[in-house]
Design a protein around this ligand. Sequence first.
Ligand code: F3S
Length: 391
Amino acid sequence: MYLTKEEERMLNGEFGFATQKAMEILVALGKIYDAERLIRVSSVQVAGVSYKTIGEAGLEFIEDMAKDGRVRVKATLNPAGIDLKDWRKFGFPEDFAEKQLRIIKAYERMGIEITCTCTPYLIGNLPKEGEHVAWSESSAVTYANSILGARTNREGGPSALAAALTGRTPLYGLHLDEERIPDVLVEVKTFLRDASDFGALGYLIGEFARNKIAFIKGIKKASVEELKSLSASTVTYGSKPLFYIEKITPGWDKFELPKEKTEVTEEDLREAREKISDYFEEPDFVCIGCPHTSIEEIKKIANFLKNKEVRTELWIATSRKVKETSDKLSYTEMIENAGGKIICDTCMVVAPLENRFKALLTNSAKACYYCRSKMKVKLASLKECLEAATR
Ligand code: F3S
């Protein structure tokens, strides 16, 4: 693989230990994928943050890299395993929190913004069409490619960190025009009511397309919240972090429609919701915010909860920055007065919630997939979730 003079010097250790390690990771990756060279990226989303996911080995690796590693581009951070401020209030164990805070400190030392969110695009990390970035966290990667029209592969924790420390990534996969051509057509023949319907659609697309790129027709309009739900679920149930939506995805009109096709009907959507869900009567945990909630969603929740009382555990997961806006607009107060909780920096999937709850009701198809190993799960609309929480 071709390296510039500066990249050679990074690889030879002239910029320090961490940059050298980072360059070794990128060169190894480039060789595996036959990349001809590295390209510069304008931002990085770093995953591999929760102590639950990365464990002791991950903590040691990050602390090692933090000894002399410093970011060369804007870098934001994925959710951690705890609310960094209110972890005691949410009942996270002291020893887990201690390890988690060490991980955060090490990332901070490297110059990574401690955003702890999977929706960096809601808080200012918003690449433009055609911009090369190196993001990890599958839903954010899919949103960047499919909704913003940016270009990124689905980076793992180490390769994203390596990109942040060098400002580069190997030129392969979704950075290339020829790897971004849609292969299958999905015609939506039904009306999608809300984010949970978009999640169920993502399940069907993922199951049908698998590792192929879907071109979706028939979606008349979609909000940011619905598109983030679709991005999260398509890649969870399939594996390709790119799809096109007619009239929404930048550059959607450059391609011929693929021949291989499927249709999605009201009946398909109903079946998808059933397959995603388990059966239970009442949830003991209602959680919204996978991917992390926007201020618009928080506003809806706050208005719904006015003059109501929350009777089950209700968590709303979001970024600290969105919560600050929610505080200013008094939404937090409205939610907390009703008995709901806004949890920052983490989510129901990456937090250590094993054996705490039995039945989760959520509007996220992705959360259903990942939480199913630790509790029963059911997909519902936001309204149904809030009604169940206040029954
Ligand atoms: Fe985000 Fe956690 Fe869901 S990281 S996409 S809220 S699994």
